[in-house]
Design a protein around this ligand. Structure first.
Ligand SMILES: NC(=O)c1ccc[n+]([C@@H]2O[C@H](COP(=O)([O-])OP(=O)(O)OC[C@H]3O[C@@H](n4cnc5c(N)ncnc54)[C@H](OP(=O)(O)O)[C@@H]3O)[C@@H](O)[C@H]2O)c1
Length: 244
């Protein structure tokens, strides 16, 4: 189950699992056509079952409805990838309380709510793990996104570390990935000309623009039993931009 998988990183994660023969759930908030395209590509790659769900991670009712659908179809859930998220820019003077609450509600509360909702299905699985999408913005303040976004992603890191310990006795691992700029709609405006791309490349010692597939590979590793001894870890995917 990958939240926010109509496009971008979520789509790449779904396709990575599909190519290994996993049944996958694709979710979208508004872009249904793109979710159907993700689903079609997942089927072609070999996913034995593909469920497409409309889901708003900030709504407990929407999450409950998604769980009802999945429970009627699958006996358990092995992997939850909390990927759905929104970006926000601007200094504190331009950030209204509504902006702040919207970003925290989707990016942080959404991870809490989705985890709580799908936990019973994860607990029933023979093996299970959760991977959360944090960000370099949760690790360092030296980023273009706003403080609201940075705070939401730092919160995701704290949630990941605490839940890793709390859920370990249930055999459920919880990890996160922290990417820098990834080539998706979310940051398109920073890389839509050759000059801008060059500027972003130059921010990263490896001189590359990170692709959704780069993140998907890391998520796949952290989610699956190949990483059975790893929990509470935040894996940086930042081409050397921040090396703590
Ligand atoms: N791109 C980057 O540079 C970057 C870097 C670090 C971390 N991240 C994180 O990686 C994750 C994915 O980002 P992305 O770049 O792939 O973004 P994206 O291309 O903008 O896609 C965002 C996805 O989240 C969904 N979504 C948005 N709000 C939602 C909500 N309230 N409930 C459920 N789904 C919702 C969208 O659905 P619709 O398509 O239906 O609108 C879409 O599927 C986010 O958590 C983001 O913060 C991204």
């Amino acid at each position: 189950m990958v939240t926010g998988s109509s496009r971008g990183i979520g789509r790449a994660v779904v396709l990575r699992f599909a190519s290994e023969g996993y049944a996958v759930a694709v979710t979208y908030r508004s872009k249904r056509e793109q979710a159907l395209e993700t689903a079609e590509r997942a089927r072609r790659l070999g996913a034995p079952d593909v469920v497409v769900l409309r889901l708003d991670v900030s709504s407990p009712e929407s999450l409950e409805e998604a769980r009802r659908v999945l429970e009627s179809r699958w006996p358990h859930l092995n992997v939850l990838v909390n990927n759905a998220g929104i970006i926000h820019f601007g200094g504190i003077d331009e950030t209204s309380l509504e902006d702040w609450e919207r970003v925290i509600r989707v990016n942080l509360t959404g991870v809490f709510l989705a985890t709580k909702t799908f936990l019973p299905m994860l607990r029933r699985a023979p093996w299970a793990s959760i991977v959360n999408l944090a960000s370099i913005a949760g690790q360092t303040g030296n980023v273009v996104a706003s403080a609201a976004y940075a705070a939401s992603k730092a919160g995701v890191i704290g949630l990941t570390r605490r839940l890793a310990v709390e859920l370990a006795p249930h055999g459920i691992r919880v990890n996160a990935v922290a990417p820098s700029f990834v080539e998706t709609d979310m940051v398109r405006e920073f890389i839509d000309t050759p000059e801008k791309r060059k500027r972003v490349e130059e921010m990263h010692p490896l001189r590359i623009i990170i692709q959704p597939e780069d993140v998907a590979e890391a998520v796949y590793f952290l989610a699956t039993p190949a990483s059975r001894a790893i929990t509470g870890h935040v894996l940086s995917i930042n081409a050397g931009r921040f090396t703590a």
